[in-house]
Design a protein around this ligand. Sequence first.
Ligand SMILES: [Zn+2]
Length: 264
Amino acid sequence: MQTSFPTTCWLVFQNDHLLFIKHKTHFTLPTTQNNMPTFLREIQLGMFNDQLCYCAEIASDASLPVQYELIPLRKSFELLEPIWYSLVVKAYSVINWDKNHQYCGRCGHITSHQSHIFERLCEHCGLAVYPRISPSVIVLIQKGDELLMARSPHFTKGVYGLIAGFVEAGESIEEAIHREVREEVNINIQNLHYFGSQPWPFPDSLMIGFTAEYASGELMIDNNEIEEAGWYRYDNLPGRPSSNISIAGKLINYFIEKKQQQYH
Ligand SMILES: [Zn+2]
């Protein structure tokens, strides 16, 4: 009987870029490490899609054979089937965790990667460090047929999103949502309902999405975080994030579809 070995898959990063093999009309992920520049680090991620997957990092100045192309991580999600999204986010998170925790943050001694688990351990003082996940909240606020949309200064020109922010230490997710909304746009909300979640690797968020209704208060923006915010009718919305990867886009589409069903 012939034993079949799984094929491999390589998620190789150079800073914020992911390495692809360039074909005439499309890009694919490498299935071998042949011809790759030397890896600075290499970590096994596990089986995915019948392939044994690894993540690795190459030096910032490594030069590449002609068949390879480095693509910004955000753009690379458009080139991959959606099933790859979680694994690529995990690979990016694991590579950055490994790079950023070579030394113990408590005693300064070198740490080592424990095999088969994502743990870097300082054998001198016992501190263990794991890939960081930062919970953040995002909320769609509805007022009748209108939706609150806001622009942060770092958004692409013309694109509006939803109110979002990191959960602070000691807060519940619900408390974080109420606080963020009050801080950023000065209103109170009610009827929070969980919508869904999404890992977001810029830098290491787990976005937790909710819907809510306006309760009280007058819209007033915090200029440090937001440059513009307003109520927009479901059939007259400004530019918005694409829905195929962002939970903001999915929340907004959900609102539009709900309103369309209500009126048609
Ligand atoms: Zn230590």
